[in-house]
Design a binder for this molecule. Structure first.
Ligand SMILES: Cc1ncc(COP(=O)(O)O)c(C=O)c1O
Length: 505
């Protein structure tokens, strides 16, 4: 592409981007599609002849933009939100332009050094001591895999990285029942097998029970197995519960186990001085993961892995063939590929540098505080509603609850009532999501189908949360009145009388 053609096309693309962001609310958050309906709209093979850019852009507008799930929509309350902020997107554009591969210092000095600088800024902002250093990866799944790979290597005196695991006693990793599936995947990937991950029971607040952790470690040692690491989660995926990191750290110290803290979602709140309590003890961790692409308004992807044992990460993953041996190696440069399984690395520091400067820490704090306030408001509305109940504490901005019509009061332990409530809430979720105005997701807590509203999108205003709540109430009442059709057309529920609308939320 000639430079001038690129310039004018890029201007057009920027217009598309700005129009999309300004008008994202005109789309339903979830496109109304059946699986497989899109493939057929595209040719079966790649074009032999070049096509004009104008046609590609017009197909983009017709076929692509309307058919994504709109993560940038202010009504996106599912999973954990990921917002691409303006400065983050601008940083991404320049990253794509430079194609700077941050694998070696030599392959892009500024990419490596700006990574060191911005990782240091973030470390300070979340209040961790200077002995934590770190790097960016694509996802928390990769960050945890790397940390646990280092833990495995260190625990085996590095035989895991040389001779493999065949001569090792069975290695055991510990995380709560509520820990993210990425930890189990790490166990699968690192050769421990899924059984190598010991799931530790949680209490009624969904927090890991340290006594159960200690008991599991003792039992494994007695059986001749080798405990090597514990994952504590600050902000679990289902309920955002907080494991007691300080007590877990004490056990890890006594037992000489690597402590990895998964704060992929909630870690961003540590930039708020008043939100530090849930993080007490995390400074004793060996490694910590936080995802800027969850709640720091960074376009996917960016995960921050911090560790006070960078040399162990390096020992686990460093392999320097001749063609990567640069002449700088005798100087104090950091070649980040030596700390990760992959070689090529994106220049993620560029978008972090844009974003941290554009918002400033105070700007980021203000926005996160606003999300916490919105979540607190939603909790208040739910608590005031006799036909809804929260199913978990809300330490951050994700609210877990269900609709529970009055006729169920006191019947929660009856199996039939609890199945009916599950069906009702599943139908409610589907109905609310079909509105196109919001997208909520669900989880199961103590076996109960649980609705989740996760607030963290940069564009979400109070009116969006109010609207979500109005839709939920309306759907809850209508479904209870009309009955829910489940499975093979069986209708359950009764024409229960429900209170009418009680004014604004
Ligand atoms: C607590 C926690 N850890 C890890 C992950 C995985 O994140 P990623 O998609 O960046 O791998 C998630 C995703 O939601 C999460 O909630």
């Amino acid at each position: 592409m000639e430079p001038e053609a690129f310039r004018s096309a890029a201007h057009e693309v920027v217009d598309l981007m700005a129009d999309y962001l300004a008008g994202v609310e005109r789309y339903p958050v979830l496109p109304d599609l059946e699986p497989g309906t899109l493939r057929g709209r595209f040719p079966a093979s790649a074009p032999e002849q070049p096509e004009p850019l104008a046609r590609i852009l017009s197909d983009y507008s017709a076929q692509v933009e309307p058919n994504v799930t709109h993560w940038q929509h202010p009504g996106f309350f599912a999973y954990f939100p990921t917002t691409g902020s303006g400065p983050g997107i601008l940083g991404e554009m320049l990253m794509a332009t430079l194609v700077a591969n941050a694998m070696l210092w030599r392959t892009s000095p500024i990419a490596t050094e700006l990574e060191e600088v911005t990782v240091g800024w973030l470390r300070q902002a979340i209040g961790l001591p200077e002995d934590f250093e770190g790097l960016y990866t694509d996802t928390a799944s990769t960050s945890s895999l790397i940390a646990l790979g280092a833990a495995r290597g260190a625990a085996t005196g590095w035989t895991a990285t040389t001779r493999g695991l065949a001569e090792q006693p069975a290695l055991r990793l510990y995380a709560s029942d509520e820990a993210h599936s990425s930890i189990e995947k790490a166990a699968m990937t690192l050769g421990l097998g899924r059984d190598g991950l010991r799931r530790v029971a949680v209490n009624d607040r969904f927090e890991m029970q340290p006594a159960q952790l200690q008991a599991a470690i003792d039992a494994d040692r007695a059986a001749g197995e080798q405990p090597f690491a514990v994952v504590a989660t600050i902000g679990t995926t289902g309920s955002t519960s907080v494991d007691p990191v300080g007590q877990i750290a004490r056990i890890c110290r006594q037992e000489k186990l690597w402590l990895h803290v998964d704060a992929a979602y909630a870690g961003a709140t540590a930039i708020l001085p008043e939100m530090r309590a849930p993080f007490a003890g995390w400074e004793q961790a060996d490694s910590i993961v936080i995802n800027p692409h969850k709640w720091l308004f960074t376009p996917l992807d960016c995960s921050l892995l911090l560790s006070r044992r960078m040399e162990d990460l390096r020992a686990a993953f460093s392999l320097v063939p001749e063609y990567l041996r640069t002449l700088d190696r005798d100087r104090p440069v950091r070649d980040f590929n030596e700390y990760t399984p992959q070689l090529g690395r994106r220049f993620r520091a560029l978008k972090m540098w844009f974003l941290l400067r554009y918002f400033g820490l105070e700007g980021l704090r203000r926005r996160i505080r606003f999300h916490l306030e919105l979540a607190a408001a939603l909790c208040g509305w739910i608590d005031a509603e006799q036909e809804a109940e929260r199913l978990a504490p809300t330490p951050f901005s994700t609210v877990c609850f269900r609709w529970r019509p009055r006729r169920f009061a006191g019947r929660e332990t009856e199996a039939a009532a609890s199945a009916e409530l599950d069906d009702l809430n599943q139908a409610l979720l589907e109905r609310v999501n079909r509105s196109g105005e919001v997208f909520l997701s669900h989880t199961r807590l103590s076996g109960r189908f649980t609705l989740r509203v996760a607030i963290g999108n940069l564009r979400t205003e109070r009116r969006h949360v109010e609207r979500a709540w109005a839709l939920i109430r309306e759907a809850g009442r209508t479904l209870d009145r009309e009955g829910v059709t489940v499975g093979e057309g069986v209708t359950i529920g009764e024409g229960a009388t429900t209170s009418g609308a009680e004014g604004p939320p």
